[in-house]
Design a protein around this ligand. Structure first.
Ligand code: ZN
Length: 182
């Protein structure tokens, strides 16, 4: 049994469970495996993922990748938060392959996160890999730590945004993006 597995077994016992009952026999193993997968973003190399997918381009129009589904874990309660990420950028000589935006979101989501940091990290990664005129990321998410416990605000959504370059400097550009993802 791995360290993580035996720790999960301890947690179950501590919660008053009978860890020898049939349904729980393999639970420590499954939970350890699931948690390792859900935090696998720590060991994924962003550069390796992006590698070869940055192309030169004369396009200088806004590119919007809308509604990227993601699942993450809040670092305060280890409970899921999930929702959609919207990413826009205005290239400046370089574009990033479209499928890479979802990959970027996934890598940062598979860590213990806050929604604010997740938003910033995605924006920063696009900013650094494509050096665009600007980048904007908006994330809307539901947090199980809010929905399942405490105040139980079932329908509340948290919205965060991160902007760089022209999205910060030019309100028309920002409004165009926000209008597109409405
Ligand atoms: Zn939380």
């Amino acid at each position: 049994m791995s360290k993580l597995e035996s720790l999960y077994q301890e947690v179950l016992a501590e919660l008053g469970e009978d860890t020898s009952r049939e349904g729980l026999l393999d639970t420590p193993k499954r939970a350890a495996k699931a948690m390792q997968f859900l935090t696998s973003g720590y060991t994924t190399d962003i550069k390796e993922v992006i590698n070869g997918a940055v192309f030169t381009s004369e396009n200088d129009e806004m590119v919007v990748v809308q509604g990227i589904e993601f699942y993450s874990l809040c670092e305060h309660h280890l409970l899921p938060f999930f929702g959609k990420a919207h990413i826009a950028y205005i290239p400046d000589g370089h574009i990033l392959g479209l499928s890479k935006f979802a990959r970027l979101a996934e890598i940062y989501a598979r860590r213990l996160q806050t929604q604010e940091r997740l938003t910033e990290q995605i924006a920063q990664a696009v900013w650094e890999t494509t050096t665009p005129q600007g980048v904007a990321v908006v994330i809307e998410a539901s947090h199980l730590c809010m929905m399942m416990r405490g105040v139980q605000k079932q329908n509340s959504k948290t919205i965060t945004s991160a902007m760089r370059g022209v999205f910060l400097d030019d309100q028309r550009t920002r409004d165009e993006f926000l209008g597109l993802i409405k």
